[in-house]
Design a protein around this ligand. Structure first.
Ligand code: COA
Length: 391
């Protein structure tokens, strides 16, 4: 096997949900100064699911364009990363495999570690492709983030799924080695099995995130990683987009470099466009930052991008990717902007009503209203089973 075989992201697509609440509307109704949302946390709107949307329907919608373009013949593995899963046993990816009409000779598995697990999935995928460069791996990150009403986290809710096809000779981004890793046993954010909303110690989570930036970067350097000057841009996990700026300032200070606004903007400005209007999509967030960068930045051919993935609890990884020549021909910016632009705006009252709605748990037969404009929907609940269909 050639050791210089390029492996990485061959295609990248994301989708979000059908509804959107603007922070202007949220601020108007909860009495918050809008500047706190727009400037303080860098958020403008949050995606909300319709009654018949969930992480499976988003995941299938995000992955469908990849399957349409590349077929399924070479996909031998599907990994779905999420922390808002719909079942404790069955991998959500199996529903996606079925909705996409994939053939049976595929391994499907789900991964969890807060917002980090899509990066573990990506590394797992790269390893599989290294074993057999003919194989491709479909990696999907799909999450709906929910915090308690009127809690500090509420303004950072959101939803999205990012799907990536990992292959040899990738069209978009070659993943390079090494990775810098950092794990710490902290309780900054967690969701016990009996809760539908996450518990979070907001300030502690910021501190834990920043400690992980420093820890992962130092590990990356110890293992022979590239110096700071080699990087054109940095995609951080963005629970809210200002977090990326805090994180990069931390990284620059760790390197003894100057962290002025111009330097921060050059490295980050093109990475926040999708997340500021979608909200926190947990596992998908860093990959929406990457999508925004590739879709919106000037030519990045052969440039190196830093990626920092953080999942509370906590696990973090810093790694680098090299943008491939000709990548622009494979991008999906128009479809991404359409997914965001086609959401239906809801007012604050509707949002509060939506938050009151919960799916029945008695095992009865319930048809769900057809509300999504997406290609797949959760059609019914029956005998404690979820029934999905093409919309
Ligand atoms: N105009 C401009 N900026 C304002 C403002 C105003 N009127 N009011 C507040 N701000 C700024 C604050 O100075 C702060 O910025 P800073 O962090 O650079 O100092 C920012 O807006 C947030 O204000 P803060 O008072 O800290 O907000 P909060 O107590 O409501 O909580 C989080 C913010 C992020 C902790 C909260 O949203 C949260 O818990 N989120 C979920 C967890 C999370 O995302 N963790 C991140 C790591 S994974």
């Amino acid at each position: 096997m050639p050791s210089d075989l390029a492996i990485g992201i061959h295609d990248l697509s994301f989708r979000t949900t059908g509804l959107v609440l603007s922070h202007t509307e949220l601020a108007r109704c909860n009495g918050t100064d809008i500047a706190k949302y727009h400037q303080g946390i860098g958020q403008r709107a949050m995606s909300l699911p319709t009654a018949d949307e969930d992480i499976v329907t988003m995941a299938a919608a995000a992955a469908a364009p990849l399957v349409e373009r590349h077929g399924t013949d070479r996909i031998r593995t599907v990994v779905l990363a999420t922390e808002s899963s719909v079942d404790q046993s069955k991998a959500a990816g199996i529903y996606v495999h079925s909705l996409l009409g994939m053939e049976p000779h595929v391994r499907v598995v789900e991964m969890k570690q807060a917002c980090y697990s899509a990066t573990a999935a990506l590394q797992f995928a790269a390893g599989l492709v290294h074993r057999d460069p003919q194989e491709q791996v479909l990696v999907i990150a799909s999450d709906i983030s929910r915090y308690d009403l009127d809690s500090p986290g509420e303004a950072t809710q959101g939803a999205a799924a990012a799907a990536m096809l990992v292959s040899a000779d990738p069209a978009l981004l070659e993943l390079t080695r090494p990775s810098g890793l950092f794990t710490a046993d902290v309780m900054d954010f967690w969701r016990p099995n009996y809760r539908t909303t996450a518990l979070v110690n907001g300030k502690e989570s910021i501190a834990a995130y920043l400690e992980a930036v420093e820890g992962a970067w130092k590990d990356y350097q110890r293992r022979g990683g590239l110096p700071l000057e080699e990087f054109r841009a940095f995609c951080y996990h963005q629970p809210y987009t200002r977090m990326a700026f805090k994180a990069h300032r931390q990284l620059l200070e760790t390197c003894g470099a100057q962290a002025d606004e111009e330097t921060l903007d050059h490295a980050l400005a093109a990475t926040t466009g999708y997340n500021e209007t979608v909200g926190n999509s947990y596992t998908a967030s860093m990959y929406l930052a990457l999508a925004a960068l590739l879709d919106d930045a000037d030519d990045l051919t052969e440039q190196t991008v830093g990626l920092f993935s953080y999942g509370s609890g906590s696990v973090a990884e810093f790694f680098a990717g090299r943008v491939r020549a000709g990548y622009k021909a494979h991008l999906r910016g128009e479809a991404h902007r359409e997914a965001i632009g086609s959401r239906r705006a809801v007012d604050y009252g509707t949002y509060r009503e939506l938050r009151e709605q919960t799916l029945p748990t008695d095992g009865g037969w319930y048809e769900l209203p057809h509300e999504t404009r997406g290609p797949y929907r959760l059609a019914a609940l029956r005998d404690h089973q979820r029934v999905y269909e093409a919309a």
